[in-house]
Design a protein around this ligand. Structure first.
Ligand SMILES: CC(C)(COP(=O)(O)OP(=O)(O)OC[C@H]1O[C@@H](n2cnc3c(N)ncnc32)[C@H](O)[C@@H]1OP(=O)(O)O)[C@@H](O)C(=O)NCCC(=O)NCCS
Length: 164
């Protein structure tokens, strides 16, 4: 399996994998594929990676700039991330996260944040110290990994594509 940057030829497969992965999820509003499309259009798709095997796209992850207390301080958000349902829990998500985080770090990013299930992301190094908030969500689900500088505190906001 290869994890690589998206190309224009992958766009439809990314939409399909994303829709299929999120469809059964009770917390999904079914907007994730559209969010990726909007990120791409607005120039906020900082990193977009696909997992490919034998020419088939099995997974995808997006990274985009975030603000903390209204300021972009070199932090990025992870998500949406998806793996095709029949290939979940085989390490593909972990490989996508690892490559994306390594690329962010190499770019000089200060850190990466996300909203999600700690069971899925702790193995990749994410954790919550309760200092980063997202609306009134339990901060257990607001996780981050610090690459450099102090751990951030404040209100996390994702790119406009997540809010339209
Ligand atoms: C979330 C998702 C991207 C993870 O990808 P994956 O290839 O299935 O995950 P991996 O096999 O690489 O496992 C990564 C970690 O997540 C854990 N994990 C994966 N699916 C999980 C689940 N449903 N519940 C709890 N933990 C889970 C694994 O145990 C592993 O933990 P570890 O690193 O501590 O060993 C994938 O399951 C998916 O597409 N889910 C549907 C869409 C979704 O919910 N996206 C995330 C929204 S927050």
């Amino acid at each position: 399996m290869l994890v690589r940057y998206e190309t224009p030829a992958d766009i439809e497969a990314i939409q399909n994998v994303t829709s299929a992965a999120f469809k059964p999820m009770p917390y999904s509003e079914g907007t994730e594929a559209e969010i990726i499309r909007k990120l791409r259009l607005s120039g906020d798709l900082a990193i977009s990676l696909v997992a490919e095997e034998d020419g088939e796209i099995l997974g995808h992850v997006a990274f985009s700039p975030v603000t903390i207390n209204g300021v972009h301080v070199g932090w990025f958000g992870l998500g949406p991330i998806s793996v095709t349902p029949e290939r979940q829990r085989q390490g593909i998500g972990r490989a996508l996260m690892a490559k994306g985080l390594a690329l962010l770090k190499a770019m000089g990013a200060s850190g990466c944040a996300l909203i999600g299930n700690p069971e899925v992301y702790s193995g990749a190094g994410f954790s919550s110290d309760g200092q980063l908030t997202y609306h009134d969500l339990n901060t257990r689900f607001v996780q981050r990994i610090v690459f450099r500088g102090a751990a951030p505190s404040g209100t996390l906001r994702f790119a406009p594509a997540f809010e339209d």
